[in-house]
Design a protein around this ligand. Structure first.
Ligand SMILES: Cc1ncc(COP(=O)(O)O)c(C=O)c1O
Length: 471
């Protein structure tokens, strides 16, 4: 236990900065300030941290510069109304679930949605109907429109459809077709575009949610647009009642919104409007060049998901041995990937990367040959090449969240009902959701995860115990 004179988190942050690895992860700004912040930076972090002083407007009731900033963002992204988010996209996801969901309402969504969607289901009390994701290369890639069509035929009474595009590994859903399927049935479409703020800026990129007229869509401007962490945007189309949406956001978001975050959203919008297309296309060219170079000159396998349009700024490489081992080896050589899966590593190319950064990544990868055959501790080589069975839903997430629970050793959890989310993070997609039965498939997966040492969010991060419902 450190003494009161110490500040352990600040010290950790200082040594992280000192290590100076080149980041290929979020946030997109890579620690390089947006152009409009250049002069301000020298004044220091604390000087920008103000509150709702005269002239600075009010996020919860905007009439001045914040109103104008949000209008400009709506114009850029093709929305009717745009809301700046200061509690991350999570706050916007929750608001969207409260807006469309509720007790007895069916929400169609992918089972590999981000954890915030399950929080939304719990808060709204909705009934989830899960859409199957297509698995390729051991990764839940994205939802196919034809599977949504089947689900819509079975559930024509759905209150809304939620999809994620791009998926975490860059596979973009066929939003034009999905919009047609939902629109023709009068069912609202919400797109979680957390990882694709830049999509609609260039016709060379896969189609973005704003281009197909989604009813609501969400962007993690911090992840993919250059804003400060927690800065995101929620966009609404013509069918959305902005006052009702603002009401829900008012329930969820802090009453002390951060001005540095909000100003970074405004500046990220300005930067994206003026330079976004050029920078996104340059970044895509760097990424394409890197891919062909690696394919020709290195043993790394560049993974592709041919059933989907690809976001060029996500680079997924198959590691010969284990993903976590590859990640550690890359870290030691000064490269910080976004994540490691069992057998792959993911790199996010940002609008802020330079050709020098990409050359550094290329050289590091070429020198660090992936080694095959290190399977020990990671189960059979083909483990996870097929999707684990979808856990049986015994109770709705909201019902399970209201029950009493207790922790049991992982080995004794078989057949019990989960009381907590178990979330490998990143990517933040839960393997278990409250109310789901812990079957042999998921238990096996959790045991593998524990052995592989992949980072998981749950009450016991060591994964020795699991919270289950009292019988
Ligand atoms: C697909 C997706 N949606 C929503 C979120 C939540 O975004 P935020 O971290 O900005 O709250 C994330 C975060 O990782 C995400 O990956």
């Amino acid at each position: 236990m450190p003494a009161q004179e110490e500040a352990p988190l600040l010290e950790a942050l200082k040594s992280h900065i000192k290590a100076r690895r080149v980041p290929f992860h979020v946030p997109a700004h890579l620690g390089r300030p947006l152009p409009g912040f250049a002069g301000l930076e020298t004044r220091g972090l604390f000087s920008l941290d103000v509150t709702e002083l005269p002239g600075l407007d009010d996020l919860h009731c905007p009439t001045g510069p914040l109103f104008e900033a949000q209008e400009l963002a709506a114009e850029l992204f093709g929305a009717i109304s745009t809301f700046f988010l200061v509690n991350g996209v999570t706050a916007g996801v929750l608001a969207a679930h409260l807006y469309y969901g509720g007790k007895g309402k069916k929400i169609l969504l992918p089972r590999d949605a981000h954890r915030s969607h399950y929080s939304g289901l719990i808060l709204a009390g909705s009934t989830p109907v899960y859409l199957p994701a297509l698995w390729q290369e051991g990764i839940p890639v994205n939802v196919q429109a034809k599977d949504l069509e089947v689900a819509l035929a079975e559930h024509p009474d759905a209150a809304a459809v939620f999809v994620t595009s791009p998926g975490y590994h860059g596979a973009c859903a066929d939003l034009a077709l999905i919009r047609e399927l939902t629109g023709s049935r009068g069912i609202p479409l919400v797109v979680d575009e957390a990882h694709g703020t830049y999509l609609s800026l260039s016709p060379k990129f896969p189609t973005g949610a704003g281009e197909v007229g989604a009813d609501m869509w969400l962007q993690s401007t911090h992840k993919t647009g250059g804003a400060l962490t927690q800065g995101g945007m929620l966009h609404g189309g013509p069918q959305v009642d902005p006052a009702r949406l603002r009401f829900f956001l008012g329930l969820l978001e802090t009453s002390s919104p951060s001005y540095p975050i909000m100003a970074s959203l405004d500046e990220a919008r300005r930067f994206l409007a003026l330079e976004g297309r050029k920078r996104a296309e340059e970044a895509a060219d760097l990424s394409y060049g890197l891919r062909s170079d690696l394919e020709a000159n290195s043993p790394w396998q560049v993974l592709a998901f041919p059933s989907f349009a690809a976001d060029p700024l996500k680079l997924v490489l198959r590691a010969g041995g284990s993903g976590p081992e590859a990640l550690e080896a890359l870290r030691r050589r000064g490269v910080e990937p976004e994540l490691a899966g069992f057998k792959h590593v993911l790199f996010l190319i940002s609008l802020f990367h330079t050709s020098k950064d990409i050359a550094f990544l290329r050289d590091t990868l070429v020198k660090l040959k992936p080694e095959g055959g290190h399977e020990e501790g990671f189960g059979t080589p083909n483990f996870l090449q097929v999707p684990p069975p979808l856990p049986r839903q015994v109770l709705l997430p909201a019902q399970a969240a209201a029950c009493t629970s207790r922790a049991v050793p992982l080995e004794e959890a078989l057949g019990r009902v989960a009381a907590e989310m178990v979330v490998p993070s990143p990517p933040g997609i839960p393997l278990l959701v409250p109310g789901e039965e812990i079957g042999p498939g998921v238990l096996n997966l959790l045991t593998q995860l524990r052995r592989a040492g992949l980072k998981c969010q749950l009450a016991d991060p060591a994964l020795n115990t699991l919270k289950v419902l009292e019988k």
